[in-house]
Design a protein around this ligand. Structure first.
Ligand SMILES: [Zn+2]
Ligand SMILES: [Zn+2]
Ligand SMILES: [Zn+2]
Length: 435
């Protein structure tokens, strides 16, 4: 006798999803044991649910809901455990590295061989400014190795953390609105954004109701907002909401952009919307993939021939795989084939014109001003000293001169780092950030 009743699809499908998700969690030690036990338990539940389905007994809706709730609870607990373990492992590895490299990591590094007292201080102390090019290069090189190893650990940690957050962009907000948002507390921002989340009905593609993402933390950057969630699954769910305008006018989901440098593009290559659409068509890209095209900035004058009729053009794509295809295959502009490469602005040396150290711009500098001419603590523009002394290396030149050994060393460091960077965008990292 055929039954008209639908079998309860939710539980079986939900269990299958949970089993698959859980078994894929890479982990070790205790969390792995917990994971395996729970997977076993879920499988038992799964086969029972299947039997139930077969016998066409319908399950009451509240029971089904309760099971799904329990499942997401279990999943959240396990994700938290895995997160904690990964963090511990990374911290341990970083500590180990620090111990190994403690030559310069901190002032309290053990100095077993050095006589502690009485010995005349003939040696250059750690905090002395290096005096010549070789010194600077030596110290920077060791530091660079040290940083690279640390960098790997940090990147692994960053990757793990990134999966728990959603990034929103404030670039389309009015300046006053952005300012007042940045003046709010994390709690206030979280509440407004949570209201926005709560006003939505979250459904998966097949119509299943998803648990609402729950914000547990907020990080404010000059142009971006990070919302941290309890689980990476929640962050993934929240990533489907593109327009956060009801929480804050102009607030949007930050969609990463991937830059591709097109070599020797004609200098008169049009970059308006219409031109970009035909560029997409010519290169077999989906419509809307290229969001912007702009000349590569900051090339040195002497490298550009005054009469040259081509230049490097940067294409900004919103799809990583499309960007990788452009890097691998090159790009055609009006039937002319051009070589391409990944755009890596993070390896361009930046010097702060407030404190003259590297890696940040004056607009983001939180340090006291240092004079780029005489190295005293005042704004360079107010300098009345006749002596020229570099605040970076102590040498007789201004702090921005290309011959400064610190600048040479920094450029060398970045070049080495760039050499180790993959040619293609990999699965998770290096979207272009302006913060
Ligand atoms: Zn600075
Ligand atoms: Zn000065
Ligand atoms: Zn210098």
């Amino acid at each position: 006798m055929p039954s008209l009743e639908q079998p309860p699809k939710g539980v079986v499908a939900g269990l299958e999803e949970a089993i698959e998700l859980l078994s894929k969690q890479p982990t070790s030690g205790r969390p792995a044991k917990v994971r395996d036990e729970v997977v076993k338990l879920l499988k038992t539940l799964h086969s029972e649910a299947q039997k139930e389905q077969a016998s066409q007994r319908t399950m009451k809706a509240p029971a089904e809901e309760a099971i799904l709730d329990k499942l997401s609870e279990i999943q959240a607990t396990i994700e938290k455990q895995i997160q904690a373990t990964v963090e511990k492992q990374i911290q341990a590895a970083v500590k180990k590295l620090e111990r190994k490299n403690n030559i310069e990591a901190s002032g309290d590094a053990p100095e077993n061989d050095a006589p502690k007292n009485d010995a005349p201080k003939s040696e250059v102390s750690k905090n002395d400014t290096p005096k010549n090019y070789a010194d600077v290069l030596k110290s920077t090189a060791t530091k660079a190795n040290h940083q690279t190893e640390r960098q790997k650990q940090k990147e692994a940690l960053a990757q793990e953390q990134a999966s728990y957050r959603t990034v929103l962009s404030m670039k389309n907000m009015r300046p006053e609105a952005r300012k007042s948002l940045l003046a709010m507390t994390g709690r206030e921002i979280a509440e407004r954004c949570q209201d926005e989340i709560n006003s939505w009905e979250w459904k998966s593609k097949n119509g299943k109701i998803l648990p609402k993402p729950h914000i547990i933390g907020v990080k404010k950057l000059p142009h971006h907002l990070h919302l941290h969630f309890e689980t990476s699954y929640q962050a993934l769910t929240a990533n489907t909401l593109k327009d956060w305008g009801n929480a804050f006018e102009g607030l949007r989901l930050h969609e990463p952009v991937y830059g591709v440098v097109v070599r020797r593009a004609p200098i008169d290559t049009p970059t308006d919307d219409k031109a970009l659409r035909s560029l997409e068509e010519e290169n077999n890209l989906k419509t809307g993939t290229i969001t912007k095209a702009a000349p590569l900035r900051g090339r040195k004058k002497q490298q550009v021939d005054e009469n040259s009729d081509d230049h490097s053009l940067v294409l900004y794509l919103n799809d990583k795989h499309a960007a990788n295809r452009c890097i691998a295959n090159g790009v055609n502009i009006d039937f002319a084939h051009h070589a391409t490469e990944r755009f890596t602005p993070q390896f361009k040396a930046t010097q702060c014109f407030n404190c003259y150290s590297h890696g940040h711009h004056a607009s983001n500098c939180k340090r006291n001003p240092r004079c780029g001419k005489c190295s005293e603590n005042h704004d360079t523009r107010e300098c009345k000293n006749a002596v020229v002394k570099c605040c970076q290396c102590g040498g007789p030149h201004e702090a921005w001169q290309a011959r400064c050994p610190v600048i040479i060393a920094e450029k060398k460091r970045l070049k080495e780092l760039m050499g180790r960077t993959p040619c293609l965008f990999d699965s998770w990292e290096h979207e272009l950030e302006e913060d």
